[in-house]
Design a protein around this ligand. Sequence first.
Ligand code: FES
Length: 325
Amino acid sequence: MAVGKTVFENYLAGFDQDAWTESLELILPQVHPADNQATRIWFAFWPLKLRLALDRSPDPAQVFKDFQLDGQPRLEEQVDASVAFLFGSNYWPQVKQALVAYAEEASEPQNAGLDAHILALSGRLAAGLQVEQDLLIGITAVGMMVLRQVGLSRLAGCAGEPVPKGRPKTAAEVLKLRKGRGWKSLIWNSRKYRATFDESTPGSCFEALEGQDLSMASGSDPRDFQEMDQRRVAGPVPAQCRSGACGYCWIGVLSGQENLSEMTAFERGRLQYFGYALPGGTDHKHPVVRLACQSKCYGDVSIVVPPWNGVLQEGAPETSSDAGD
Ligand code: FES
């Protein structure tokens, strides 16, 4: 048992990445549609293996080098910002406070699985806040992984920090926002589609021509995004090679997955090479994690840009065996 940690923190530390993934698959059917994909995306953006690599190395700078990390891969520096794209972040201060209390009070959680704890805590929160539990399951699961990765003192230290402003106030508003304009966009916009990259900030979208990949479309946005993220040299989506080689352009797709071209074997191979998660398995044609430069646009989409990129796959070959498919 790690010294200074609560019983519950030590319990959480006993689960590896596969166990978290299994528990996530168990609870996802019960997560509200407003946060179902967002929950998958958050867990893809913040894999346990990245945290463990940074924690276990005596030389974090070497981890950055080994994993070719760029951007901001430290969750402890952006606990609140990391959840901004989830609707459940409306309840984030309460979730954090409840998690801290839960972690401090929990006696030895012998037989319950991770999913049972997530459901128990989200149920307790729902009763206290008088909201539907399905709105809280995803953000509670995220909170539990945040606790696992940054520890109780850091989570307690940021309890009560404000959530991002400007997001829709109800889950119905979120779903309406993500519905897109469908056939109307064809008539009124001459086969141009809207790619939203920050649902919390009005105007955070760029246009994509029919069949244009999201990386090229993002690069046509003339606004300056480098002040917020030095990787965003041209447009809101980081990109370097625009050919599947660098991994800078990985994104989460909150809505409109079916409006993007099907994932090819080449793109799948590149995602696996980079070690990025493929939530829900490897056989999805329209998964929630994509490479923007490989995703051609045929309708409105809402995406999230992860704050870091790298090559997490240990011993990854220089080129994927699927390359060129
Ligand atoms: S821009 Fe390099 S992989 Fe997409």
